[in-house]
Design a protein around this ligand. Structure first.
Ligand code: 25A
Ligand code: L14
Length: 339
């Protein structure tokens, strides 16, 4: 091939997102020269398959990054805070899935379909946005470019996989216990999640919003590089394993018809328009699972405000919302000769 290839590390490789990062690197045929799998000591002894080989998981240590060129991190904020600067100092381009560096003005926060120009040459840290923010900005980008967006009101319906592996197991365990008439086991969430939902993702802040809600506000403004966009978010956990859904209402700066919005979205990168009510065609989490596209449908005018438009946006939260976006950032760096 003669194409450049890279030494890659995945930090948090045994988690829900890290595991998928390894799969996505393989699926998208990313030019990996060597792959290092890093996690906590708890995971040493495990292996993960990659291109037909079983790769052993190693313990993450300060000297883990010698010779590594690209490090994909998904082991939580505290691990990133400590180890991402160490990896960057060792010469890595770090693509960090945690929230640790997203709002750092020196760190690009990138969705390749939306703001690839924010990428800069490494080494250093690039932040992968929050899952709910990623799918929303992918859907809004073509509309923003065409007519501007003044204000966004969004309500999310978020899958338990966003919390990680142990939350997926918690929902499964609760469903089984309910069917068997047993007591409901509960460890991760403050309330039963099976057959329930709660408007609580991340910690509550002094302003009455949750962390997840404020991530959607702040990250959306940073990605569009437009602090004038008003955003009001309500984020809700629902008993779905994979796939976040969002009811999104926008006020555009100039009028936009439903037909024009559909046409823009039909040609937008990373978007699949699923919007034919006569055929009961609208996006659902089960249809988004395993795909990297953001599904958009239920597009209709919101006559309650000037220039209002309502829509429904669904994506696989651990693919486009996390692992795939991280790998796409690496691909975008490569395409721009920034690696
Ligand atoms: O710190 P935060 O920000 O609150 O992060 C919370 C969690 O959110 C997930 C991820 O969980 C993270 O731990 N997460 C983060 N960003 C996400 C996103 N965008 C996201 N989920 C979805 N979307 P996870 O279980 O998916 O992944 C955890 C991975 O991180 C590794 N890890 C943790 N601490 C580490 C570390 N690696 C290196 N050094 C550290 N100090 C973790 O590896 C996993 O790969 P592991 O070896 O610790 O875990 C292997 C298995 O153990 C389970 N497990 C995790 N924690 C516990 C546990 N089992 C028992 N007790 C625990 N406390 C894991 O599920 C895994 O199967
Ligand atoms: O900020 O729990 O990346 O659905 C991603 C998962 C925030 C919480 C982040 C979830 C997290 C979210």
């Amino acid at each position: 091939m003669g194409e450049k290839s890279f030494q890659v590390a995945v930090v948090g490789a045994t988690g829900a997102v890290g595991n998928l990062m390894v799969k996505v690197l393989e699926e998208r045929n990313f030019p990996v020269k060597g792959l290092k799998l890093l996690a906590s000591a708890r995971s040493v002894g495990k292996t993960l398959p990659f291109r037909g080989a079983d790769i052993p998981v190693e313990e993450l240590k300060e000297d883990s990054f010698q010779g590594v060129e690209i490090a994909l991190f998904s082991a939580g904020g505290s691990v990133s805070k400590k180890f991402a600067p160490i990896a960057a100092a060792a010469g890595c381009v770090v693509i960090d899935n945690s929230s640790a560096f997203r709002m750092d003005p020196a760190v690009p926060l990138v969705v390749p379909e939306v703001n690839p120009d924010a990428l800069v040459a490494g080494p250093g840290i690039i932040a992968n946005p929050n899952c709910s923010t990623i799918q929303m900005v992918v859907a809004l980008k073509p509309l923003y470019d065409a007519v501007g967006i003044r204000r966004i009101v969004v309500t999310t319906f978020q899958a338990v996989s966003g919390t990680g592996k142990r939350a997926i197991e918690e929902l499964r365990g609760q469903v089984e216990a309910l069917v068997q008439g047993k007591e409901i086991p509960r460890q991760i969430y403050p309330y039963q999640i099976a057959f329930n939902c709660f408007p609580h993702i991340g910690a509550f802040l002094d302003n009455g919003y949750t962390e997840e809600e404020m991530k959607m506000v702040n990250e959306t403004r940073k990605i569009f590089n437009d602090p004038s966009i008003g955003v009001c978010a309500t984020t809700v956990r629902i008993p779905v394993y994979y796939g976040h859904s969002e009811a999104v209402n926008i006020e555009t700066r100039t009028p936009l018809s439903v037909e024009k919005a559909r046409e823009l979205l039909a040609h937008a990168p990373g978007v699949r328009l699923v919007d034919d009510p006569s055929q009961l065609a609208y996006p659902m989490p089960l249809d988004a699972v395993g795909k990297d596209e953001t599904l958009v449908g239920r597009i209709r005018l919101d006559p309650s405000v000037e220039n209002g438009l309502a829509m429904w946006v669904v994506a696989d939260n651990i693919r486009k919302g996390a692992a795939s976006n991280a790998v796409q950032i690496a691909e975008a760096l490569m395409a721009r000769n920034l690696l």
